[in-house]
Design a protein around this ligand. Structure first.
Ligand code: FES
Ligand SMILES: [Fe+2]
Length: 329
């Protein structure tokens, strides 16, 4: 079990003996001790977390209290009247998605958005490589970093990526998807050096979807690579940037020890520019500008988020129209 923060709330994450992932509010319903400091036990055949303070036992799948050990049989109080709310958890190929409702106390257990589905044909039971970086500052700025094409040649200026002097005119074709938008499959730009690795007639398709997930699917006749980036809001003004890769290309497995530090550097560059930007946001709370097509995707993200907040689960209508965008990167 471990204590994590999601949207500023403490969550105890763990797995039952059967391997089932769970997430509970990490504040005991009795007197607020962290359940993550307790231990995992079974009670009446159910997997439970036992609070380290007075030993109350909470069912990990429902959050219901199953036992209050200090209560005498003469008491009328029933353990089942107390709960440490459970968060819906979905596990898919080694990734654990936790749904965080707006109001945990009144949450009826039904998420308003389905967990993200990985594209068909994604190779591997779990990601082959996982890289993490930290972002500081407004969450939306970190998410915009996922869809912002114009920062790439500047922030990620290095031999294996691209150089601003090599910028080319780009035309990209976008269509709306269920919870976001997608750049239609196309041939990678000739100045994207890392794409050369896969070779053949490679195509790449890039999708962004709410809440903050970027999927990049690269395929050629033989191989498939999926890069999945997720921004997880942890504490106030803090987020984790997690980049995961699935692949079936033996060459990538062979060069992984070499690729990992490069990927780490790459992601760290995003974390670093966000930290620098945030210093100024804290100082001056400046108005953010959006200039033309290079900033269109950032505007789409803001629009999508607003539409979801207004429409809710049933009323959400994707506000994005198909569009052809132009920029130089
Ligand atoms: S605080 Fe958890 S059992 Fe008392
Ligand atoms: Fe970046």
């Amino acid at each position: 079990m471990s204590r994590q923060f999601l949207l500023g709330r403490p969550v105890v994450l763990g797995r039952t003996e059967e391997g089932q992932a769970f997430a509970l509010h990490d504040v005991c319903a009795h007197r607020a001790a962290p359940l993550s400091a307790g231990r995992q036990v079974t009670e009446g055949g159910r997997s439970c977390v036992e609070c380290p303070y007075h030993g109350w036992r909470f069912d990990v799948s429902t959050g219901k209290c199953l036992k209050i050990p200090a209560l005498s049989e003469k008491e009328e109080i029933k353990a089942g009247g107390f709960r440490s709310p459970a968060y819906p958890v979905h596990e898919d190929r080694g990734l654990i998605w936790v749904y965080v409702p707006e109001d945990l106390k009144r949450f009826d257990g039904t998420p308003t958005m389905p967990p993200p589905a990985l594209p068909e044909g994604v190779p591997g039971a779990v990601p082959k490589m996982v890289v993490k970086a930290h972002a500081e500052g407004p969450y939306d700025e970190a998410v915009i970093g996922l869809v912002d094409p114009a920062h790439t040649p500047y922030v990620h200026q290095q031999w294996f990526w691209r150089n601003p002097a090599e910028a080319q005119e780009k035309t990209k074709d976008y269509v709306p998807t269920d919870y976001g938008f997608k750049m239609k499959a196309h041939k990678p730009a000739s100045n994207g050096r890392a794409y050369k690795l896969i070779g053949g007639a490679a195509t790449t398709e890039i999708e962004f979807r709410l809440p903050a997930i970027r999927l990049e699917l690269i395929c050629n006749e033989k191989y498939t690579i999926l890069g999945l980036t997720a921004i997880t809001p942890t504490e106030d003004q803090k987020a984790d940037i997690t980049q995961m890769f699935f692949w079936d290309m033996p060459l990538l497995s062979a060069i992984k020890p070499f690729a990992y530090p490069l990927a780490k550097t790459f992601l760290g560059q995003d974390g670093n520019i966000l930290r620098l930007q945030n210093e100024n946001i804290v100082l001056e709370n400046p108005t953010m500008m959006y200039a033309g097509d290079p900033d269109r995707l950032a505007q789409w993200y803001v629009k999508l988020k607003r539409a979801f907040a207004e429409g809710g689960a049933e009323g959400f209508k994707n506000p994005i129209d198909p569009a052809v965008l132009h920029w130089r990167t």
